[in-house]
Ligand binder design. Structure first.
Ligand SMILES: *Cc1c(COP(=O)(O)O)cnc(C)c1O
Length: 400
């Protein structure tokens, strides 16, 4: 049987079975519902997109996959070239992998080894944020700060390698004054912390982090697995503040195939590029640079550019602000909006019990978690569809 994620299997509600999907709509055969979650924030172009479908079909007729160990191919070369020209600054060196968690692992390994290669083996610590989420593999759990996901790590006790701070400049300065000579990196989800509760913070914090990293020679890593490709209303947070390592996933392939990339700046790459074989980056996921994933990622970026997706995202934010204006109800802690993300945080998780079924009956698929009711819609959503999603959220608080 299937072991489903993040669920007590005993007594788990039967999941809805999807038989078809098109645009923003999921079809169970009995009912069509708008996917207000974009399949964990990845399906930015909607489902069954003709050009994305075609990108995969054309490639599958040549070959689906060859390994990157000793081999290479056009889709991965073209995607790497595209990222090099499209991403800001000298983020030019793309290391591919099959999921966001692995790509963050790669980033952390890079940061650690970057200093080992220079003989600075004392720099073993990561400075991360409270409520951080970076994936479900072991090092990413350690860098994360969410009991609900990662309580199993308690078995090992407190990690001496990670410090968590709130998104406050003072906390950042204090952490640097305490740990600057032991830190190898600052790792953040920039501007928007997703799985930790759609928490939004100011760019001034990132600017300060950049400044301190430069001052003390610490690497700055942006985990943009969730925030990349426009979700915050910026193409990438890296367009505002340049990190040394950038991690992309989720929307990279438009949600078609699991794939991710760890992009290093020239400085980081040059920390490995020398005459010592032992300075090589010893990592190589079997399916890294998968040809189908790279083909669809290229097509996804092309559509994102040609159809001016940033204006679509601005429109989503405008409509969301308009629809949520003045919305309030007892039990609500805060309503937060940033780019293509809206979150209603409630005071008590019990307030959201039953919402998923309520929404389903009103033609919306939603997946609130803990105290957070949110929408991260596909960017191709039409105005009336978005109004339906937001109206459903508001209606819940009127009737409950
Ligand atoms: C989803 C997510 C990850 C993990 O990506 P997977 O593809 O699920 O492994 C890492 N970082 C952030 C910020 C994420 O939102």
């Amino acid at each position: 049987m299937i072991w489903y994620p993040y669920e007590q299997m005993k007594g788990m509600k039967e999941p809805w079975k999807i038989v078809d999907a098109e645009g923003v709509w999921l079809d169970t055969g009995e009912r069509k519902v708008i996917d207000s979650v974009s399949s964990w924030w990845s399906v930015i172009h909607g489902y069954k997109h003709p050009e994305l479908n075609q990108a995969i079909i054309s490639q599958v007729e040549k070959f689906s996959h060859v390994m990157l160990g000793g081999l290479t191919h056009e889709p991965v070369q073209r995607l790497s070239d595209k990222l090099q020209s499209w991403l800001p600054g000298d983020l030019d060196y793309s290391f591919f992998s099959d999921s966001g968690s692995v790509a963050v692992e790669v980033a952390l390994k890079m940061a650690l080894q970057y200093y080992m290669n220079r003989g600075e083996s004392k720099r073993t610590m990561i400075l991360a944020l409270e409520h951080a989420y970076h994936g479900d593999t072991f090092k990413t759990m350690e860098a994360g700060d969410d009991e609900d996901y990662h309580f199993v790590l308690k078995a090992y006790g407190e990690s001496p390698y990670v410090v968590h701070i709130p998104t406050e400049i003072q906390a950042l300065e204090e952490a640097f004054s305490l740990y600057h000579d032991r830190l190898n990196c600052v790792l953040v989800e920039p501007l928007l912390q997703g799985a930790g509760g759609m928490r939004m913070y100011e760019v001034s914090f990132l600017k300060k982090a950049r400044e301190l990293c430069d001052q003390y020679g610490v690497l700055l890593i942006f985990d943009e697995v969730a925030t990349g490709f426009g979700r915050t209303g910026n193409r990438f947070a890296a367009d505002l503040v340049l990190p040394d390592i950038l991690v992309l996933g989720k929307a990279l392939t438009g949600g078609y195939i699991g794939h991710a990339v760890t992009v290093a700046s020239r400085k980081v790459f040059e920390g490995f590029y020398d005459d010592y074989p032992e300075h090589a980056l010893m990592h190589g996921p079997t399916f890294m640079g998968n040809a189908l994933a790279c083909s669809v990622a290229l097509q996804s970026i092309e559509i994102f550019e040609k159809q001016d997706y940033m204006s679509k995202i601005r429109r989503i934010e405008e409509i969301t602000r308009r629809e949520m204006k003045g919305f309030w109800a007892p039990g609500i802690e805060e309503v937060r909006i940033m780019g293509g993300c809206v979150c209603v945080e409630v005071k008590d998780p019990a307030v959201l019990e039953g919402y998923q079924q309520f929404a389903y009956e009103r033609g919306v698929f939603s997946r609130p978690f803990l105290k957070y009711l949110y929408a991260m819609v596909p960017y191709v959503i039409r105005e009336e569809e978005l109004v339906q999603v937001l109206g459903c959220m508001k209606e819940w608080f009127e009737v409950s």
